[in-house]
Ligand binder design. Structure first.
Ligand SMILES: Nc1ncnc2c1ncn2[C@@H]1O[C@H](COP(=O)(O)OP(=O)(O)O)[C@@H](O)[C@H]1O
Ligand SMILES: [Mg+2]
Length: 175
């Protein structure tokens, strides 16, 4: 029988996230029947003390409601300025009550050199809240997200949402 204490341990030095991934993950499913429900959930998440150091991925087709969710979240965190969609700039920085917030939209991200050149690596290694739309376009560069939110539009205003915590911090956000 192998003694577990003598087995080599893998240490992922490239992980920019300071939050260790958890084995397995917890998943929740929700429905937001109206945009008001989306706003209410965003407000609930914003009230969580761990939000200020989370990395949240937002998945879903065009028009699913990713930017809308971010707008409600940022408003709930105290941002009054207009929240522009970062589709053309890839990243829009904000600040609310001492929390640095970085809103990414990787839809048009196609030059991996930009990851270094635009300082995105440093952003993900530093403190603050990071929100990423179209994270699949920066796969391989992004650290493990604390929380993965998947939004799917129904025929009406209803949005079907799955939430997946991938780190202890993500689990805290779902609790
Ligand atoms: N329940 C809902 N939650 C979020 N957005 C909704 C909802 N119902 C309707 N919408 C509308 O759907 C659109 C979503 O657009 P947007 O947030 O830009 O999508 P994405 O960023 O995913 O491309 C907005 O016009 C928003 O008002
Ligand atoms: Mg968007």
């Amino acid at each position: 029988m192998a003694d577990v204490r003598h087995q080599p341990r893998t240490v992922h030095l490239n992980a920019a996230s300071h939050h260790p991934p958890i084995v397995g993950s917890s998943i929740g499913a929700l429905a937001w029947p109206t945009e008001e429900a989306t706003r209410a959930y965003a407000a609930e998440l914003a009230s969580h003390p761990a939000i200020g150091r989370a990395f949240i991925e937002l998945h879903g087709d065009l028009g699913a409601g990713k930017t809308t969710f971010v707008r409600h979240l940022l408003r709930a965190l105290g941002i009054s300025e207009r929240v522009k969609s970062p589709t053309y700039t890839v990243m829009e920085p904000h600040e609310a009550n001492g929390i640095a917030i970085y809103h990414f939209d990787f839809y048009r991200f196609n030059d991996p050199r930009e990851w270094e050149d635009a300082g995105f690596r440093d952003v993900f290694a530093g403190p603050g809240l990071k929100l990423a739309e179209w994270p699949e376009k920066a796969a391989g560069l992004l650290p493990t997200a604390d929380l993965v939110i998947r939004i799917e539009a129904d025929a009406d205003e209803t949005r079907h949402v799955t939430l997946k915590a991938q780190t202890p911090l993500g689990q805290e956000l779902l609790s």
